[in-house]
Write a protein of this length. Structure first.
Length: 365
């Protein structure tokens, strides 16, 4: 039996510091701490000449050649590729080369598929995706939602959840939300400022609640293409004094934001298994989230979080209002959420990954 000692982790690096990049970096760091020899191959290597990054088409090719060279070198030195894969062009530009180079050089490949838009992607590309995945030794997804998607298209998958660093995202004891409506009540939106994540819905909810709760504030993490539009929206809805744009944040700053907030809101229109949800639960901060993608597989409504219908601002507003008005429910969500998140701790997830890796090495002999 081959014993794994050397692997390459292939995936994005910050910036942006999104969920997939954070999971990739955590995996690299944690395996290295365990004594494994880990080669990290970023799928978003910096351009050697900055001007290349401004030309569509050319920039993809400029990144592809050095990426493939790095894959080829690593395949001769490691036993296994752990490939973080996504939907769309990312699949063809980064996942397909890694799978084929692994196959050519007899290196085991574990495809860790994380695309939240997998359903739409597979509907148009299932034959090509299957052809590539059949050359890998394992297909792993982070949620029961994605398992259902892939099973619809006849592909066998293993579920290994995202990792939450429970040493970093520590549970914080706190009192319930202030019962005085004029006191500060802080909401935190921890996603990038992209349309699919619904920051506009969060702002609308604050606008609807502002008269009832004069102390209500909303902090928005991250940057993104919706920034200017959202800024204007706060002016139009007369909540500019209630909404703060924090910009890109380091992991330590995110921890501080989770711990200081009273409620985390995740009003995504499309999602898979958001790190923000499990990080919030780990810190003991109640969550209001939209019932999309893998979210219902991560938390039960009324037990670990409050789940609402996507794009229904009235439901989002009512859920926030409910948590403010019901301290017993607020405390119950905090306690159950922290217990629930233990399943995503490193010791549990580590054992699952080792089982997948060992099976992949066995099949690759």
């Amino acid at each position: 039996m081959s014993v794994l000692t050397r692997l390459a982790v292939i995936g994005p690096q910050p910036p942006p510091a999104g969920g997939m990049a954070r999971q990739t970096q955590q995996l690299v760091d944690l395996w290295r701490q365990q004594g494994y020899e880990v080669r990290f191959i970023p799928t978003n290597m910096p351009y050697r000449s900055k001007w290349l990054g401004r030309i569509k088409g050319v920039r993809a090719l400029a990144r592809l050649f050095p990426y493939c060279c790095a894959l080829w070198r690593a395949a001769g030195e490691v036993q296994l590729f752990h490939l973080m894969a996504n939907s769309g062009w990312s699949w063809y530009l980064f996942a397909v080369p890694a799978i084929h180079i692994g196959r050519m050089r007899s290196t085991a490949v574990v495809v860790n598929y994380r695309g939240g838009e997998a359903q739409q992607f597979l509907q148009h590309a299932v034959r090509r995706v299957k052809a590539s995945i059949n050359k890998a030794q394992a297909l792993v997804v982070p949620s029961g939602y994605l398992r259902q998607v892939f099973q619809q298209f006849g592909m066998a998958v293993v579920v290994v959840p995202n990792i939450v660093d429970l040493d970093r995202f520590r549970y914080r004891q706190r009192k319930a939300i202030p019962d005085n409506a004029t006191d500060t009540i802080e909401l935190f939106f921890p996603r990038h400022l992209e349309y699919i994540y619904g920051a506009d819905l969060a702002i609308e909810a604050v606008a609807q609640l502002k008269s009832k709760y004069p102390g209500l504030k909303l902090k928005l993490a991250g940057a993104g293409p919706e920034h200017n539009k959202l800024k204007q929206m706060t002016e139009d809805l007369q909540v500019a004094d209630r909404v703060e744009f924090l910009g890109s944040m380091s992991p330590d700053q995110m921890v501080e934001a989770y711990q200081s907030a009273h409620i985390v809101i995740n009003p995504s229109r499309v999602d898979n298994m958001p790190n923000a949800l499990i990080e919030s639960l780990a810190c003991g901060t109640p969550v209001v989230a939209c019932r999309v993608g893998g979210v219902p597989f991560m938390a039960n409504h009324g037990e670990q979080a409050l789940l609402v219908t996507a794009e229904k601002v009235d439901e989002l507003k009512e859920a926030i209002d409910t948590l403010i008005r019901q301290p017993d429910l607020y405390e119950s969500l905090r306690q159950q959420g922290r217990q629930h998140v233990e399943q995503w701790g490193w010791q549990t997830v580590r054992a699952m990954w080792l089982e997948v890796y060992q099976q992949a090495l066995t099949e690759n002999r």
